[in-house]
Write a protein that binds this ligand. Structure first.
Ligand code: CMC
Length: 431
């Protein structure tokens, strides 16, 4: 962290002495005021529920400029990565800080693609779940259970253990997500095929059956790979912060990532793609494009509790760059599958058109986020709606690991322990 010449001064109206606070500069983005000694100096805390103005850590992994609508992984714009790299290149970049050269790339691809199989016992563990369990419930359990299967990589303070756990998680997540799916639909699990690409292997484990050969469609393979790239990391969002907070206690990497999976499930976060597709299907049932105006009135009515899912973001106050790329992929996939006239896609475009012109959305700077089109792509590929968030979790695993490893290697790392403003009863005696 670079100390700025600028200093912040905090004054109090009750005559307490002023406090000088150091200010740090990042490479880009807003400066931060260092309040770590504030309590020791003043006996007071700061109050910031939802972390609206609080940087919880320093990080060199991902940068978002919400006003510009820019997303950088290790400095590289997401558009260039989506165009020129594949998901495993992106994983290497996020984990190691640089894009791989050719031998590094070959080694990393081999390493990940050769560790895709999971302990056979996992199948029996999976059998304890109801068949109709939500895949995110199953995945939270399966990922957490990895710490019960891979005892030799659970010491989060050991860099080698962290590296092994990272490869295991990235390699095995597609297998676990596909197993959760197959279990739910009552089909046999498909063992991974290591000669396929990461995305191709996943598609085969999802949609192949032992009864016939599965041929990977390159357009769908590329689309799935792009979904993975776009979801790989996103700064200190709720699930990433959960992983950091959980990991800060020194728990093992699998347990910390399982906490991230649990957090991602919520509809305000990773669950939004599922919620968005359900919303589009509901509008379609109501009458489709003709009912968009009526639905938008409900969204704008604060008493209705209805939100336009797939719209708005805590950080982006401009078009989410991932949404643009996802819309492009959506066009490609629908064309490949002959679904150009897909009514949900037409509906989504109409909702977007109206929202981008409507004062309610313009004033609040609400734009489509990544989830607005990703559900349509996944549905077209054949992914059941219930599994959308599981695929998000698969893709985000690398980001969670990169962030966890960065925290563990940070000399300033401490257990996360927020404070509070207590508003309950003062001390009283039991009558
Ligand atoms: N539909 C209608 N109104 C909205 C929406 C929406 N989707 N999002 C925000 N608003 C309004 C909100 O009612 C508030 O209005 P007012 O100022 O009049 O009270 C204003 O915009 C600010 O909203 P907020 O809830 O204070 O903003 P936030 O930063 O706390 O919430 C959000 C961000 C993503 C939770 C929210 O925009 C939302 O609920 N969006 C829908 C869910 C969604 O698509 N989530 C996916 C996020 S991207 C994927 C990911 O990173 O996980």
């Amino acid at each position: 962290m670079k100390l700025s010449d600028n200093k912040a001064k905090l004054s109090f109206s009750n005559g307490s002495p002023d406090v000088d606070l150091p200010v740090y500069q990042g490479t880009i983005g807003p400066d931060v005021i260092d309040i770590r000694k504030l309590y020791a100096q003043t006996g007071q805390f700061t109050y910031d529920p939802g972390f609206m103005s609080t940087a919880s850590c320093q990080s060199a992994i991902t940068y978002i400029d919400g006003d510009k609508g820019e997303l950088l992984y290790r400095g590289y714009p997401i558009e260039q990565l989506a165009e020129k790299c594949d998901y495993l290149d992106t994983c290497y970049l996020l984990l190691k800080g640089e894009l791989p050269n050719k031998p590094q790339r070959d080694d990393f691809h081999q390493l990940v693609l050769k560790h895709t199989m999971v302990n056979e016992q996992m199948q029996f563990f999976l059998r304890g779940f109801r068949r109709d369990a939500h895949p995110m419930a199953v995945l939270t359990g399966l990922v957490g259970a990895m710490s019960a299967f891979y005892h030799d990589s659970i010491d989060v303070h050991n860099a080698e253990h962290r590296d092994i756990a990272a490869i295991r998680l990235i390699s095995k997540m597609p297998t676990l997500v596909a197993m959760a799916h197959k279990y739910g639909v009552g089909q046999p699990y498909m063992y991974p095929r290591n000669e396929l690409s990461y995305a191709g292997n996943f598609l085969r484990m999802m949609f192949g059956t032992p009864c016939e050969d599965y041929k990977v469609n390159p357009v769908l393979e590329r689309a799935m790979d792009r979904i993975f790239i776009l979801h790989a990391d996103h700064e200190q969002n709720a699930s990433t912060s959960t992983v950091r907070l959980c990991g800060s206690s020194g728990t093992n990497p699998f347990a910390a990532i399982a906490a991230g999976v649990a957090c991602l499930w919520g509809p305000a976060h990773g669950g939004a793609n599922e919620a968005c597709l359900n919303m589009l299907e509901d509008i379609q049932k109501m009458g489709g494009v003709a009912k968009v105006g009526e639905f938008m009135e409900k969204v704008k009515d604060k008493n209705s509790g209805v939100r336009l899912m797939g719209f708005g973001h805590r950080v982006y106050k401009n078009y989410d760059p991932r949404a643009k790329l996802m819309q492009e992929t959506c066009n490609e996939v629908l064309a490949e599958l002959g679904l150009e006239k897909d009514p949900l896609f037409a509906l989504a475009k109409e909702l977007e058109r109206i929202a981008l012109e409507d004062d309610y959305f313009v004033q609040r700077k609400l734009y489509p986020n990544v989830d607005f089109y990703s559900g349509i792509v996944q549905r077209a590929i054949g992914v059941p709606v219930k599994l959308f968030t599981g695929i998000f979790a698969l893709a985000r695993t690398v980001g969670w690991i990169a962030q966890l490893n960065e925290m563990m290697a940070d000399p300033e790392y401490k257990i996360g322990r927020p404070r509070q403003l207590y508003t309950g009863s003062p001390r009283r005696d039991v009558p």
